[in-house]
Design a protein around this ligand. Structure first.
Ligand SMILES: NC(=O)c1ccc[n+]([C@@H]2O[C@H](COP(=O)([O-])OP(=O)(O)OC[C@H]3O[C@@H](n4cnc5c(N)ncnc54)[C@H](OP(=O)(O)O)[C@@H]3O)[C@@H](O)[C@H]2O)c1
Length: 338
């Protein structure tokens, strides 16, 4: 791997995560020799306007992996098993935003603030968690570290950007139409001016797929396979940034102010909790922010606490987290090569 000037490929560059990847690579001055941007196969590619610059994507074809060092995959979930092996066979490391590889035992699932140590165990693929889990584990890990965790109840309020560009555009159009129609005959199962307690597909047993992911991925990242997690994931009419109302029971009792102390010293977390002045995390305040915002921090009982966690799902939930992984990967490779 060329660690000084890697060749970088983004698959799915024209999507919401892909465009955020381009923006953050530039912001963080991620080193590169070449940036290859792919949209779906066929057609002519696309022109993307990002931070005042125009980028051209090329339709996907396998030769895009020739000589590549790092491939960020941000295409549809079901295509990851087809594309990732092609990239690995040509010598690249894949940082995958899809759900496909996350729970495979041989694939590290990483949130750098929590389990960066697992990156070195990769064999070509490193997975990025789903967009709700990343924010949740950033806030839970430091609490678990100091006090232990017995169970977690998490109710998510997830923005439409978590579902991709088409769904975001459909939601905006549907909202405008609902206003034009003066709210006559709204579809009770569509998102505009509504809440949908079903994110992803129904698993057939109690949960929707997003809830299963929240349970399994949180356990894997926290390395606590039997942690009890009770999730309810809800799509809300918000454009970007996911919020989570979290209640948890710790193994050790904690005092008034102790959760604030712990979270104040946690990597990647920023407390916003000035209730008198009505300052707390909101999706709009978290949009475009790298930190996971935490507020409404409460001690309900001596070992039961609560908090309101909000994170930008396109940044900490996907693109930023992927790039943080890539930065650590390059550092490890440089150390290995002396
Ligand atoms: N959105 C989030 O907050 C979030 C967070 C974490 C993980 N993820 C995961 O990240 C991935 C991308 O999500 P997104 O929200 O960015 O989706 P999106 O906005 O729908 O973008 C999908 C991207 O995939 C490309 N694509 C579609 N079909 C393709 C094909 N056959 N071959 C190659 N590329 C193809 C699209 O290209 P065209 O423009 O040409 O169609 C587009 O660039 C998904 O796996 C998702 O589950 C998303």
């Amino acid at each position: 791997m060329n660690t000084d000037k890697p060749i970088i490929v983004i698959l799915g560059a024209s999507g919401l995560v892909g465009q955020t990847l381009i923006s953050i690579l530039n912001q963080r001055e991620f080193p590169r020799d070449e940036l290859r941007l792919c949209s779906s196969p066929g057609g002519d590619g696309k022109q993307l306007a990002i931070d005042g610059k125009t980028y051209s994507t090329m339709p996907f074809e396998e030769s895009v992996f020739d000589g590549a060092d790092i491939v960020f995959f941000s295409g549809p979930d079901d295509l990851a098993p087809q594309y990732a092996p092609m990239a690995i066979n040509k010598g690249a490391v894949v940082i995958d935003n899809s759900a496909h590889f996350r729970m495979k035992p041989s694939v590290p699932l990483i949130v750098p603030e929590v389990n960066a140590h697992a990156i070195s165990k990769h064999s070509g693929i490193i997975a990025n968690p789903n967009c709700t889990t990343s924010g949740l584990v950033c806030a839970l890990a430091p609490i678990r570290e100091k006090l232990g965790l017995e169970w977690v109840s998490a109710a998510s309020y997830q923005a439409i950007s978590g579902a991709g560009l088409k769904q975001k555009n459909d939601f905006i159009a549907g909202t405008k139409k609902a206003i034009e129609d003066n709210f006559q005959n709204p579809d009770p199962y569509e998102l505009p001016f509504n809440l949908i307690p079903a994110v992803g597909s129904y698993t057939g047993v109690q949960n929707f797929s997003e809830e299963e992911r929240l349970i399994n991925e949180t356990r894997k990242i926290l390395e606590q396979p039997t942690l009890k997690i009770y999730p309810t994931c809800v799509r809300v009419p918000v454009i970007n940034a996911h919020s989570i109302a979290v209640t948890f029971k710790t193994s050790e009792n904690f005092k008034e102010g102790e959760l604030e102390y712990i979270l104040n010293n946690a990597d990647g977390v920023r407390i916003v909790d000035d209730l008198t002045n009505r300052r707390f995390p909101t999706p709009v305040s978290a949009d475009g922010i790298d930190d996971v915002l935490v507020g409404r921090i409460r001690r309900f009982e001596e070992n039961i606490g609560g908090m309101w966690v909000v994170a930008d799902n396109l940044r900490k939930g996907a693109a930023l987290n992927s790039i943080q992984i890539a930065e650590i990967l390059l550092k490890h490779e440089r150390e290995k090569n002396g």
